[in-house]
Write a protein that binds this ligand. Structure first.
Ligand code: 3DU
Length: 212
């Protein structure tokens, strides 16, 4: 079944932990990014580890290979099981993240195309396709592709084959869970869950969409 991943972009640490604890039993993984890490510190990963859910570090790493390696080591040492890097950085810089992930028994996902409207300016015209092919060449575990553009996900799927596709943009950004869930391995949902009056009820709706 398509995984359900919570984007925990909650900047109040106490609230983030409370939401994560309530939602964890209904989730396949939790994605943490700059909003929560910058407000609470990398050590929050250690606190969330108690929930026994895979943690994905969404830092969209985009530096030179050596810096990427240093960043990735910090991420996996902190308890994450996956890291997300950008793809436009090229093979050597992607490989730095892939290699560290492999050393730790973790995974690396490469952003092939982003979900927001402005992303079309640079990702369209062949770039996302090139990045997806590069992700395969670098033996990344999968790519990130936009739930807001299912037709693009279908094109990128042809390139990455059975490698995983994780897809943000469901809910608040307008992506439809049941449409995209059929195309990808994991849907990533943030605001539509953590801003809901009752996050667990919201999760139940997204869970149902995965099988609809
Ligand atoms: O729009 P939401 O609140 O459901 O959050 C989506 C999450 O996925 C958020 O953490 C954002 O930074 C991340 N993301 C995208 O939305 C789009 C991308 O292309 C890549 C990551």
């Amino acid at each position: 079944m398509t995984e359900l991943i919570l984007a925990l972009d909650v900047t109040d640490k106490k609230q983030a932990l409370k939401i994560a604890e309530a939602c964890a039993p209904h989730l396949d993984a939790i994605k943490l990014g700059y909003p929560l890490i910058l407000s609470s510190g990398l050590s929050i990963a250690g606190e969330l580890e108690e929930l026994d859910k895979p943690l994905i570090a969404d830092f969209k790493v985009a530096d030179i290979p050596n810096t990427n390696k240093l960043i990735a080591e910090q991420v996996f040492d902190a308890g994450f099981s996956s890291i997300i890097c950008h793809g436009f950085i090229g093979a050597d810089a992607i490989r730095a993240c892939v290699d560290v992930a492999a050393d730790y028994g973790g995974a690396c996902f490469v952003v092939a195309e982003m979900s927001h409207p402005g992303a079309t300016a640079f990702f369209h015209g062949g770039t996302a396709e090139k990045i997806a092919a590069l992700a395969v060449e670098c033996e990344a575990d999968g790519i990130i592709a936009p739930a807001t553009r299912p037709e693009r996900v279908t094109i990128l799927r042809e390139i990455v084959g059975r490698r995983k596709i994780l897809s943000p943009g469901v809910g608040a950004q307008g992506g439809d869970a049941s449409t995209v869930a059929k195309l990808v391995d994991g849907i990533i949902v943030g605001r539509a869950i953590y801003e809901a009056k009752d996050p667990v009820t919201a999760i139940t709706e997204f869970s149902a969409a995965r099988t609809a």
